[in-house]
Design a protein around this ligand. Structure first.
Ligand SMILES: [Zn+2]
Length: 389
């Protein structure tokens, strides 16, 4: 969301100074990366450069400037390199004075703004103070903003916003979601959503490209070209996955009052495979295979997007026994699970797809039995059984 910014003459000089600092740090970082690439191979990443910036700032003129402005310039540079690696953009180039002038403010400093009248608002920019901007609509919850100067000499402020949460439909409906490797997402309604990956043809092509890459000489032009083709294909897969998760989370957020998922420590699950030096992971190969699947299926993204879109309408359920408990009679036994796909209760003979059974247990936010004791994942549901879908 972009708005016209109206600095005074004095403020304009200060804004240009911020732009200058951002440009200087950006170009310095780029030069360093370019140099390293030619001389040593691996280039210093964002964290390394950010640490260096802190060092350099201790005794140089840079300390006169605003730290966030300079740090975010390195972030921009890092993003530029990421885009280049992903094959969506060209290699980052040096910034020139008068071209694409701008800087970014993030965090708490980005939240200092207020509306003055119907058409006027102001933002408090670090080391500059209150600068007026033209209010045309409500920017909402702000994450960060970027101030830019266009070629016509006009200043702009563009806000990056946290999207507004989706309102509850108010129908009292609850849905449980079971996340599996094979099927990705199974809803307690019986619906299954699979996050698309690459098509069979594309997978073949990926395999072919990877074999080709391993035969080519690293650093050669052919090697580079193959690498670019691989990253383009990979990028296509990631975009598809993001798109599917966006659609799924928006649709469910608008159709159910409460969404329940298992409280899985995804970060731990994906991190722990390799273990630490003193505590090496067990079964590393199998686990990292699972981890790859989890990342591919967008579990983490799904969690985050639900968090953004519905806030506390998302409920996390204790995952213990959800896959082996009968959702009809609550009898819990590992033998209930006949196979990966089949569930058949030993007590009441209720038979169902195993993932759907698990999703229904999750929807119920049920009492789970573990280690001989009663464990309440949450207060027993107040919602009548009929409403559970
Ligand atoms: Zn049963």
């Amino acid at each position: 969301m972009k708005f016209r910014l109206y600095p005074t003459k004095t403020q304009e000089i200060l804004l240009l100074e911020h732009c200058g600092h951002a440009r200087y740090v950006y170009n310095m970082g780029l030069e360093q990366r370019n140099m390293y690439r030619k001389a040593f191979g691996p280039t210093p990443n964002y964290n390394a450069q950010s640490a260096q910036l802190t060092e350099v700032r201790k005794d140089s003129w840079l300390k006169e400037g605003v730290y966030i402005v300079q740090q975010q310039a390195l972030r921009d540079l890092d993003q530029g390199f990421r885009n280049w690696h992903n094959g969506t953009h060209g290699h980052p180039t040096f910034r020139k004075a008068g071209h694409n002038e701008g800087f970014r403010i993030v965090g708490l400093a980005a939240k200092r703004f207020e509306r003055m009248s119907r058409k006027r608002a102001r933002v408090n920019i670090p080391k500059i103070g209150w600068v007026d901007w033209r209010w045309t609509r409500n920017p909402g919850a702000i994450k960060s903003y970027r101030v830019t100067l266009d070629r016509a000499g006009c200043w702009w402020i563009a806000f990056a916003v946290i999207p507004k949460p989706i309102p509850a439909p108010g129908n009292g409906k609850i849905v449980g979601i079971d996340r599996g490797v094979a099927q990705s997402f199974t809803m307690s309604t019986g619906e299954v959503v699979k996050i698309p990956g690459l098509s069979a043809v594309e997978q073949q092509r990926m395999l072919h490209l990877k074999r080709k890459l391993s035969r080519q000489k690293p650093g050669s032009n052919r090697h580079k070209k193959t690498k670019l083709l691989i990253s383009k294909l990979e990028h296509r897969r990631v975009n598809r996955s993001i798109d599917a998760v966006e659609k799924l989370t928006t649709r469910l957020a608008g159709s159910f009052d409460i969404i329940r998922i298992e409280n899985l420590k995804i970060k731990n699950m994906t991190k722990s495979a390799k273990g630490t030096l003193t505590n090496p992971g067990k079964n590393v190969k199998a686990k990292s295979g699972l981890n790859r699947e989890i990342r591919k299926n967008g579990w983490g993204r799904c969690d985050r997007r639900f968090q953004d879109k519905i806030g506390d309408r998302l409920e996390k359920i204790n995952p213990v026994n959800t896959s082996i408990r009968c959702n009809v009679c609550t009898f819990t036994d590992t033998k209930n699970r006949k196979s990966q796909a089949e569930f058949e209760c030993l007590l009441c003979e209720h038979a169902e797809n195993a993932d759907v059974n698990a999703a229904k247990n999750i929807a119920a936010g049920h009492v789970v039995f573990s280690r001989g004791g009663l464990e309440l994942s949450r207060p027993v549901s107040r919602v009548p059984q009929l409403l559970l879908q």
